[in-house]
Design a binder for this molecule. Structure first.
Ligand SMILES: [Zn+2]
Length: 311
């Protein structure tokens, strides 16, 4: 589906975006389309793109040779129209063949995902394939690097991972590849998992190792062959190390999971409360039954009314 989205996007973006409704800013490296209402956003974006690009080029060891286009969509309707039905949780999308990134204006985008962070996130995706649009970058690495280099990884949702480790719901690399078909919750988990996989890659091999692996992928090697060339082991072995890393580092984080444990602690209390309520009701009904018997036998209803306060 990802490939399909990428194939559809350029035609949609350029055929359907009426140029007279968008303003355009050009330089050798960047081109930004925006509406008048987003002029302030565009000016700040321009600055962060230049600063971001220099930093990313050095970290990843890839020069940004192409001109990259950013489109700031002004409304949710325009976003849907231009992207052709991407899931709503996506804040941005990029296409390496047309070197274009489409973003939501901060006037309607998710306030929890700052606009400029998303812009750098998309720039990482484009830079990884700059001059090599056909390079296959596995999704866990692609999203892991985009989040790490844009600063999103600082907000890693460790609770999500701990719960997934506890309940055995961790995705493998193959499943993460299909993140665009996941629902929002599952996708959040896959994105968080990608950060931890890149964390481990950095822990084991550093940025130098990341540059070697990305270089091998950009040379057209498959993820496994590239891994062997960069690190001398199969990617499956690294995946196994990563599962172990997650179990060791995320299983017991009680404080990040307080709401999860709280639920578990309260479940027996809830069950007990239910049981007591049922017993009490049964006792009352029984008492009424007995009193009814007394009434029939003894012939007075006084006891029934005077004992009412007890209940
Ligand atoms: Zn991404």
């Amino acid at each position: 589906m990802w490939a399909l989205v990428w194939l559809l996007l350029p035609s949609l973006a350029f055929a359907q975006v009426p140029s007279n409704e968008y303003l355009r800013a050009d330089s050798a490296q960047f081109q930004v389309f925006f509406r008048q209402e987003d002029a302030g956003t565009y000016r700040a974006l321009w600055g962060s793109l230049y600063a971001g690009a220099r930093r990313l080029e050095t970290t990843l060891g890839i020069p940004l040779r192409d001109t990259v286009t950013f489109i700031i969509t002004p409304t949710r309707e325009e976003w849907r129209r231009v992207t052709g039905g991407l899931p709503d949780w996506a804040q941005g999308v990029s296409n390496p063949y047309y070197r274009v990134a489409i973003l939501k204006s901060p006037r309607f985008g998710d306030p929890m995902r700052p606009f400029y962070v998303t812009a750098i996130h998309e720039l990482v995706h484009l830079l990884l394939r700059s001059g090599k649009p056909d390079a296959f970058i596995p999704r866990w690495l692609d999203e892991g690097l985009a989040q790490t280099l844009s600063g999103e990884s600082l907000h890693l949702r460790t609770g999500l991972i701990s719960q997934a480790v506890l309940s055995g719901r961790i995705h493998n690399f193959y499943q993460i590849e299909h993140v665009m078909q996941m629902r929002a919750n599952e996708a959040s988990l896959a994105y968080a998992e990608s950060i931890t996989a890149v964390d481990l890659l950095l822990k084991n091999y550093g940025w130098d190792g990341v540059r070697r692996y990305v270089g091998a992928l950009r040379d057209g090697l498959t993820p496994d062959k590239a891994f062997i060339r960069a690190f001398g082991i199969h990617i499956g072995e690294f995946e196994g190390q990563w599962f172990e890393y997650l179990r060791e580092n995320y299983r017991m984080s009680f404080f990040q999971n307080w709401h999860f444990y709280l639920g578990i602690i309260f479940l027996p209390f809830l069950a007990l409360a239910g049981l007591f309520a049922w017993l009490r009701r049964r006792r009352i009904l029984k008492k009424w039954e007995e009193e009814e018997q007394t009434e029939i036998i003894g012939g007075t209803t006084e006891d029934y009314y005077s004992s009412d306060d007890e209940y």
